[in-house]
Write a protein that binds this ligand. Sequence first.
Ligand code: AHR
Length: 350
Amino acid sequence: MKKFLTVVLALAMVLSLAACGGAETTAAPASTTTAAPADGGDETTTTAAPEGGDAADIVVGFSQIGAESDWRVANTNSIKTSVADAGFTLIFDDAQQKQENQIKALRNFITQGVDVIAFSPVVESGWDEVIEEINDAEIPLILIDRATDIEGDEYYETFMGSDFVEEGEKAGKWLVEFMEKEGRGDEDIKIVELEGTVGSAPANDRASGLRNILKDHANYEIVASQTGNFTRAEGQTVMESFLKSEDKIDVLYAHNDDMALGAIDAIKAAGLKPGEDIIIVGVDAVKKAFEAIVAGEMNCTVECSPLLGPQLVDNINKLMAGETLDKRTNTIESLYDATNAEAELPNRVY
Ligand code: AHR
């Protein structure tokens, strides 16, 4: 009964937000309400599972970073679908890449008395206060995809996601081996790097991972490095400026495929052949990157799976059963290039 009241309160709260913020309210089959404040801030959606089952009493607050990339959209879909299939009630908040929106959403989840908070931190630092509030409220916290820089691991139940340093190392190893196979192993190789969101775990770690490998290969040099914020549009703009400022570019390393795809547009517009004149390495393994590899316009993508919904549901079920979760579950991931992308393309779901 207490949980039922909580769900009703949560729904009422979101509806009142909608009313005062000029928000959009939509009714979906399983009762979904969406509140988007008039200030262009973040958007909150509550999906209540059909009444009657115990699962619907479990309220999950999920604070998502935004919709900056195909990866992120696939991640949101995976979580929404899995949570709905499990019958839980989901309060979903899209922070539009802003930390202040995420902090606001997390505080709303505390006020609403959700049973579990799931959260992908946009950047690593600045969470101490709000996470202390979550811990004080004794709401179990699950970190999805990205970590924070808070020391220790007592403040969350589990981290589920990828090892971003390893992804950068995989990209570096692939590049060195590829250049050797091409007979360019001893050449001076100039690399430009499109970084992800400044201060985010994947940007920090994918940068370190590549450097961990290149430090043993003195002929490789990162000549320019700038953020493209994980978006295709910024990837294109930053690549345009790299093409103007750098005399020689042999390789583009992009911290995600969306930025690599934007850069491909810039490279083509400059009259160069992406994948030949400039070797292109991305991360994520989204379907469009596979298509670019098959078309010979991109050379490699390191997989980073966004399909974390089923694992989240599994962890919530375990938590509700009183089980202790493993502190970290790394996602098992592959790497794709011209040797295997075409065969895998029909299987891609994101
Ligand atoms: O945190 C994972 C990263 O975030 C993905 O690589 C990127 O595409 C997304 O926006």
